[in-house]
Design a protein around this ligand. Structure first.
Ligand code: SAM
Ligand code: SF4
Length: 472
């Protein structure tokens, strides 16, 4: 699909391009992996209507902008992109072609009416919970002058109404995303997700396992399970009981050919003993966990409504490392949450020093309309946020470099997924998600092979293949 992504930590996927589709579909995807997955599923839903992916918007009979609300000035960015798409629509009209423009995702959910009012050339606005209804919306929009907005949280579960995904979402790919959980009931003070993605819900086990098996049958070797709070997963099992993420992971680990399982994003409160034990027991579960802590100050964690203390997080990390000694952590941090003092910020720095992160995303707090923190007093001045963010990022960068440096001289399994940038190179990922490249035969692509790391580059590792025998 003509998928375009921006914003971290999104991963780019591409669908094969159909030279002469009956109807061209171009999807622009911003934000997280869940949006990448949703975009692929919107393609699945529209396929029976004759829509097939095209690379350029000016070849598309339908353009979907799948938006993300988490970053600052999200709505403004949407309106500016829509301005560009308007020109595409007008140029196509002059050439005698009609174009449906749809806005999907979290900004659509939050700003639906505003989008229809400010961008009269937009035909469809749909929230993340309604894309199974896209064919019906397209039919309504096709009627003269029809404009459609679907931002309710429907009573039905969209996963029950979606066609089977084209497996994998990215044919030919060895890694795939699989959304198993959506929404959030935690209402952190700063976050829009509970308002845009709705209440927490989990897909039934049978449907998750069936999709995973289809993915593996078509060549996928690594599946990343996705959810806003993925470890809050509580799907209905085939026996009618509720399964947690740990039980699901054990079942997935039994699928022959599935060599790697990851999951993101986890909340510290939902990291239960069973899931910690799964990290001890399942070699398929990769030793790299994104476990956002946001702050190291108990006062701020309370103000954020995170539901745990800094020491509880430290203890959780200790138990995880006891279960899986090579486990590395990544995290998200917010600096300058309302009320954050110098001492609170220093507590965050201390937690970072104590824990040691392999990777982290850090942000300056910025108010999201409608969230409790946005209306709170004691907003931190911008220049204070800037200097705290700089200090934190410097420390996190040092930790990331130190972690990557420890890899040099180590042997590790690398799942090779494609060719490298230089001639004769093949590239893949380490268990800790670091890009690794070696000189090697393309026949190794698709296999997990032992590699000895010989050098650390800025954002990747270089190594040599130890044995051209698949790691098992
Ligand atoms: N569910 C995850 C959790 O509980 O940690 C986080 C999901 S949120 C989509 C991704 C990250 O965006 C958060 O971890 C937070 O660091 C950042 N973020 C969310 N709202 C923010 C805001 N108002 N200002 C700055 N950063 C924010
Ligand atoms: Fe947002 Fe994560 Fe908090 Fe839910 S748990 S409100 S998604 S930050």
């Amino acid at each position: 699909m003509g998928l375009r992504h921006s914003g971290a930590p999104a991963i780019m996927t591409a669908h094969p391009v159909n030279a002469h589709p009956a109807r061209g579909l171009h999807v622009i995807t911003w934000g997280c992996q869940m949006n990448v997955y949703d975009s692929a599923r919107m393609g699945d839903v529209l396929r029976p209507l004759g829509y097939a992916p095209v690379d350029a918007p000016d070849q598309a009979d339908m353009i979907i902008l799948n938006t993300c609300h988490i970053r600052d000035r999200a709505a403004e960015k949407v309106f500016s992109e829509l301005g560009r798409l308007r020109l595409v629509k007008e140029a196509r009209k002059e050439a005698g072609h009609s174009t449906i423009i749809a806005v999907a995702g979290c900004v659509a959910q939050a700003e639906g009416e505003e989008i229809l009012a400010r961008a009269p050339y937009v035909d469809i606005v749909l929230g993340p919970q309604t894309y199974h209804r896209l064919p019906e919306m397209v039919a309504r929009a096709a009627r003269a002058g029809g404009r459609v907005i679907e931002t309710e949280f429907p009573a039905e579960q969209k996963f029950d109404f979606l066609p089977e995904s084209e497996a994998p979402q990215t044919p030919g790919n060895l890694t795939a995303f699989l959304t198993i959980q959506e929404g959030c009931d935690k209402f952190c003070s700063f976050c829009v997700v509970p308002y845009t993605r709705g209440a927490e819900s989990s897909r039934p086990v049978v449907s998750v396992l069936a999709e995973a098996r289809r993915m593996v049958a078509s060549g996928v070797r690594e599946i990343s399970l996705l959810g806003q709070n993925v470890n809050a997963y509580h799907g209905e099992g085939p026996d009618g009981t509720i399964w947690g993420l740990a039980r699901l992971a054990y079942a997935l680990a039994e699928i022959p050919g599935l060599v790697r399982i990851r999951y993101t994003t986890s909340h510290p409160r939902d990291m239960d003993d069973a899931l910690i034990a799964a990290h001890r027991d399942l070699p398929q579960l990769m030793p790299f966990l994104h476990l956002p802590v946001q702050s190291g100050s108990d006062r701020i964690l309370r103000a954020m409504n995170r539901g745990h203390t800094a020491d509880e997080y430290r203890d959780l990390v200790r138990r995880l490392r006891e279960a899986r000694p090579d486990l590395a952590l990544s995290s998200d941090f917010i600096v300058g949450h309302p009320g954050e003092s110098d001492a609170d910020f220093e507590a965050t720095m201390e937690l970072v020093r104590d824990t040691g992160f392999a990777l982290a995303y850090s942000f300056k707090y910025s108010p999201r309309p409608g969230t409790p923190a946005a209306g709170a007093g004691m907003q931190v001045p911008e220049d204070v946020k800037d200097s705290r963010l700089q200090a934190l990022q410097q420390l996190l960068r040092q930790q990331q470099d130190a972690f990557n440096q420890t890899m040099v001289g180590q042997s590790m399994p690398v799942l090779f997924t494609g060719t490298g940038r230089k001639p004769g190179q093949i590239a893949g990922r380490s268990p800790w998600l670091q890009p690794v490249h070696v000189q090697g035969s393309p026949s190794l692509i698709g296999q997990e092979i032992m590699v000895r790391i010989t050098e650390r580059l800025t954002n990747s590792l270089g190594g040599i293949v130890e044995e051209e025998k698949e790691y098992a």
